[in-house]
Design a binder for this molecule. Structure first.
Ligand code: HEM
Length: 162
């Protein structure tokens, strides 16, 4: 049995999502709380920076794979019409989550977010880490609701029915 293009795209899509959102979960639930045990603000920033830098590079690749395979699926399966229907909210949610991360990773971070974080953490480490942790929880929550909606939705369960 040969694999269709759409099956290959779906495999790439889900592998991309697992690596990417799994990494966000790891940073949010393990890495950020672990920085609390470090003594000085300098140590916290250095520790977080070292690990997050590697993760950001990996996220850029997985975001690209997920986005490309996602749009390929929409095109191949001709699903554009779903974007006009509210029961397919999870399709909008996927594009929203992808767009948010793409904006942060490819535009905001290289432009100013990185410098802003270092500068703010130097002066107000506690509140900066609290803010960063809160933002990570929001993104993780949004991503997980999207994953749940997408798995249920693409297997026929639509929240608002037809
Ligand atoms: C450009 C952004 C994206 C597009 C265009 C896109 C598109 C798609 C399409 C067309 C499907 C197949 C739907 C079906 O078979 O009915 C799908 C499945 C899925 N997507 Fe996305 N997606 C995108 C981003 C994301 C993101 C950011 C996530 C995670 C937060 C995600 C998670 C999933 C999951 C879990 C599935 C279900 C796979 C399965 O159970 O077969 N997608 N996506």
């Amino acid at each position: 049995m040969t694999m269709e293009g759409s099956t290959i795209a779906r495999v790439l899509h889900v592998v991309g999502v697992v690596l990417w959102i799994g990494g966000v979960a790891m940073v949010t639930t393990v890495l950020l709380p672990a920085t609390r045990h470090l003594k000085t603000p300098q140590e916290r920033v250095a520790f977080f920076e070292n690990i997050e830098r590697g993760f950001a590079a990996q996220s850029r690749i997985t975001t690209l794979i997920t986005g490309l395979s996602g749009f390929y699926l929409v095109h191949w399966l001709d699903l554009w019409e779903r974007f006009t229907r509210s029961e397919f909210w999870w399709m909008h949610a996927m594009v929203l989550v992808w767009a948010l991360f793409t904006l942060v990773l490819f535009v905001l971070e290289p432009l100013f977010l990185h410098r802003w974080f270092i500068e703010r953490a130097r002066h107000r480490p506690e509140s900066t880490f609290r803010l960063v942790a809160r933002l990570h929880w929001v993104l993780l929550g949004l991503s997980l609701v999207t994953v749940a909606g997408a798995v249920a939705g693409s297997h026929g369960y639509l929240l608002f029915g037809r």
